[in-house]
Structure formats: structure tokens, C-alpha cells
Design a protein around this ligand. Structure first.
Ligand SMILES: [Zn+2]
Length: 132
């Protein structure tokens, strides 16, 4: 697949902190309740920490009580790509940045209180926040 941003893993490693690299490029997960954007509730834009692409807007962020920042929809359906993830004996849907392929988190259809019913469960370390 042709991506807008196409860097080698060595290039990413040089640009990111070890923990950012682990989550974004090795599909790691930050510990629940520890992310810096979990309680962010200002108006603004959430971007991919690796490439800066816009991914989410604060209007779709909601308190899911799951321990990670949660959104019910991406800014644009083309902003993310969804992949089946069968790791750890589970069947989940992985969410990646469509621009650079970095891992963001998973999406679960378990949020009936939202307009879409979806919970995009994101790692804070995969995102940056820009207040508007
Ligand atoms: Zn990206």
C-alpha cells in the first residue's frame, strides 16, 4: 500500500522516543489510566504523533472509563485504516494512521451511548493535541 509518509523503521526510531516507537511502530499499548491525553477536554485537534496527520477532533471524545482516550469517530474516515488483529488470542480491530501506518489503538463496537456506537480506544502516546 502506498502511503503519504513512507519512512524506514530506522528513520522512525531516530525521530521517536523509545516508548513512542514501541507503541506506534511495534503496536505496543500504554498502561491503562496513564496517558497524558486521557483527561484532556479542551476543544482541539488530535494528530498522529509520528506524522502529524489530523486523526480526531475533541467533539467526538467521550469518557469511556476504559483508561485510554476514546473517540466515537475519526475526523475523516480516510484518516485511519482498520485491520483485523488476532494477537493475544483475541479478535480485535486495530486502528492505524492511514498516512504513515503507525499503530494508534483498537476500535470496539461497545459504546451505545455515542452517535456511532464505536469506541476508538487510543494510546495517548500515539497522539498529539493541538488546542483550538
Ligand atoms: Zn501518522
Amino acid at each position: 500500500m502506498k502511503r503519504r509518509i513512507d519512512r524506514s523503521e530506522d528513520e522512525w526510531r531516530a525521530m521517536l522516543t523509545p516508548f513512542e516507537f514501541h507503541v506506534l511502530r511495534e503496536a505496543g499499548t500504554e498502561r491503562a489510566g496513564t496517558g497524558e491525553l486521557l483527561h484532556e477536554n479542551r476543544e482541539g485537534i488530535y494528530r498522529c504523533r509520528a506524522c502529524g496527520a489530523e486523526l480526531f477532533r475533541s467533539q467526538t471524545k467521550f469518557d469511556s472509563h476504559c483508561g485510554w482516550p476514546s473517540f466515537y469517530a475519526p475526523s475523516d474516515s480516510d484518516a485511519v485504516e482498520l485491520l483485523e488483529d488476532r494477537s493475544f488470542g483475541m479478535r480485535r480491530v486495530e486502528v492505524r494512521c492511514a498516512s504513515c501506518g503507525s499503530h494508534l489503538g483498537h476500535v470496539f463496537p461497545d459504546a451505545p451511548q455515542t452517535p456511532t456506537g464505536d469506541r476508538y480506544c487510543m494510546n495517548s502516546v500515539s497522539l498529539t493535541f493541538e488546542e483550538e
